[in-house]
Write a new protein. Sequence first.
Length: 284
Amino acid sequence: MTSILNADLHCHSVVSDGTLTPEVLAARAHANGVELWALTDHDEIGGQARAAAAARAQGMKYLTGVEISITFANQTVHIVGLGFDATDSRIVEGLRQTRGGRGLRAQEMSEGLAAVGIRGAYEGALQFVGNPELISRTHFARFLVESGVCKDTSEVFRKFLIEGKPGYVPHRWASLRDAVTWITQAGGVAVIAHPARYKFSPNEEFALFTEFKHHGGQAVEVVTGSHTAAEAVTYADMAREFGFAASRGSDFHSPDESHTDLGTLPYLPGELTPVWELLADRIQ
Ligand code: AMP
Ligand code: MN
Ligand code: MN
Ligand code: MN
């Protein structure tokens, strides 16, 4: 397969912090011309069987997917896994452990918000949760918009949910090594998600890419809803430098919040190896 393929290998459903079901997402992806799709919920593969069946019903090719939260150099980094066996017990158990602690963290976030006069945020956020094990900052953001504290979720993050703000609670996620190992041992390919989003120094970023490769990581997102055109060029260069394949995905969460819809990205630059070439035998 060539790089001229409408692949969308990054998006979220109600199983994590998206607002649409796997079935509605599959229909929307297909309507937007997606040919190869992956649902990549945060730290959770409970939606994979539904997504694969929905893709099949739409006549769309499918790769299993997940977006794993890890801590690297004191920052949260996301590692996308594609094409792994979603019944592999090590990834299932590893993700279960990664999800643990979100509930407690959410209660602490709520206490931080109460201290600045925002009451009932935990209960409020819970109303937006599709999966009780996966309460995330996004659900708090939706509650604060609904209750009129902010006009949109970006404003909530800026004022309340990022480091240094009252609702921010640091959390220890999985390690880089664990996430890459779970994915690769289950037959999949690990991908660094939206690399331009992190606030690393050049040395820290080099360490992330080097260690990721050392642990068996093979790809990086180049074309994503989180990158500008200039950032895509930067990370196309990085992919070449490190010998990584390239991935493409919208990171779609919701028709109301996401600026990039499913399947509406530029194609991957032709000179890069598309990640789906490494996964030809895992496509369903
Ligand atoms: P969590 O896993 O609970 O830390 O929540 C992280 C999620 O919050 C990400 O997956 C995004 O969906 C969302 N998010 C992070 N930063 C922002 C931001 N600045 N604006 C809007 N959404 C954000
Ligand atoms: Mn998210
Ligand atoms: Mn992410
Ligand atoms: Mn994402």
